[in-house]
Design a binder for this molecule. Structure first.
Ligand SMILES: Cc1ncc(COP(=O)(O)O)c(C=O)c1O
Length: 385
């Protein structure tokens, strides 16, 4: 039987093809150094694991969690934003707990956009912005992020006919895959533009705590941000909790309410144990976050310096644990990734997998120990492009 159109409209998932090749090389006994997927190698801090273990022994967590998150966790999230960003949020109406931020991001277009309307998506960008929009029957208009525009989309480049159909804009800073940050003045422009054109804004802040020299500007702190949009947050990268699946969306009440309504029909909430672990993460000591940043700072220095010594043109990321680098000898992303995998057994993600503006780039993930990064550089040093 034929798959429905909405499923056929989805592009193949970014990592699937290279992951298949990595598996077959590994099965044949080749050691592949995986700098592809961004999945922290550091363990979740022990006080968070302990909180989860005791919550697991409390049988009240064994029942359906239901609703938009426990009042305790939503209060902890509100308190976290007050302390960390100076933002006041109402836990009842402005915060919704998610099964990882990906879940909320992928569902968002379903509650904001009619089929046939347009979602504006950064290119290169995290794939669920596009796939969630296509599943909602929306059209996707890619907004190029380039060195020339400092990886912030040029909203003035949209034609009036495109603007008329645009209902939602995804932003993502700190940015995956480029490692860029957005300035306050860029967000201010976005807010007045969104007001003028009646476009919702979803700022994905999954990497908000993975930065190096300068702290990311919180979108929601700016005047007017809450009227036009929401921010997505995640525990995954901040506390090394990718496998746990907890995140939240906060800001505009109407968006929060609509997503909560959809979720009532699709899932029964986040496992109570995970909500207690999330609370321990947000309320507990934060030195683990600074340590995490230190680890990535060091790895980033080693890797950037190594690539530059090999003559690679690299963009010095300001944040995230990714390095965005130009493929040598003007090769395409895919050729570059294949050469690395076949001849150096190093796996990197082809930039074009994040959108056409990523063509000619590779994304390296620093979620590997320093020795492994050095070993990858050594193998890459033997390549002739
Ligand atoms: C830009 C971006 N946003 C959101 C996510 C989703 O994170 P999670 O669902 O683990 O909260 C990721 C994960 O890699 C990401 O790269």
């Amino acid at each position: 039987m034929e798959k429905p159109q909405r499923l056929r409209s989805l592009p193949p998932y970014l990592f699937a093809d290279l992951e298949r090749r990595r598996r077959s090389l590994t099965a044949a006994g080749t050691e592949v150094l995986n700098l592809g997927i961004g999945d922290p190698d550091l363990p979740t801090p022990p006080h968070i694991v302990s909180a989860a273990a005791s919550a697991l022994r409390d049988s009240t967590t064994h029942r359906y969690p239901l609703g938009s998150g426990t009042p305790l966790l939503k209060r902890a999230i509100a308190e976290y934003h007050r302390r960390r960003h100076g933002i006041e949020l109402d836990p009842d109406s402005e915060i919704l707990v998610l099964i990882g931020s990906k879940e909320g991001i992928a569902h968002l277009p379903l509650v904001l956009v009619e089929s046939g309307e347009t979602v504006l998506v950064p290119d290169p960008g995290y794939p669920p912005y596009t796939s969630g929009s296509l599943l909602a029957g929306a059209s996707v208009r890619k907004l190029p992020l380039t060195v020339g525009n400092s990886f912030c989309p040029d909203l003035e480049a949209l034609e009036p006919s495109e603007l008329a159909k645009a209902k939602l804009l995804f932003l993502n800073y700190p940015n995956n895959p480029t490692g860029a940050l957005a300035s306050r003045s860029f967000y201010e422009k976005v807010i007045s533009w969104a007001r003028a054109h009646r476009v919702w804004v979803a700022q994905d802040a999954a990497y908000s705590e993975v930065y190096f020299d300068r702290e990311p500007e919180p979108f929601l702190r700016l005047p007017g941000a809450r009227e036009v949009g929401v921010e997505f947050h995640s525990l995954s990268k901040t506390y090394q909790m990718t496998g746990w699946r907890v995140g939240w969306v906060c800001g505009n009440r109407e968006i929060v309410e609509r997503l909560a309504q959809l979720k009532d029909h699709c899932d029964s909430g986040v496992f109570g144990v995970l909500q207690e672990a999330a609370r321990a993460a947000l309320e507990g000591p934060q030195d683990c976050v600074e340590k995490m940043r230190e680890v990535y700072r060091r790895r980033r220095e080693v890797f950037l310096e190594g690539l530059r010594k090999l003559g690679w043109e690299v963009h010095a990321s300001q944040a995230t644990f990714y390095v965005w680098a130009k493929v040598p000898a003007a090769r395409s992303s895919r050729e570059g990734a294949e050469i690395l995998l076949d001849r150096a057994q190093v796996l990197a993600t082809p930039g074009v997998g994040f959108g056409l503006s990523g063509e000619g780039y590779l994304r390296f993930s620093l979620t590997n120990p320093e020795e492994l990064l050095r070993a990858a550089l050594e193998r890459m040093g033997k390549l002739r492009w």
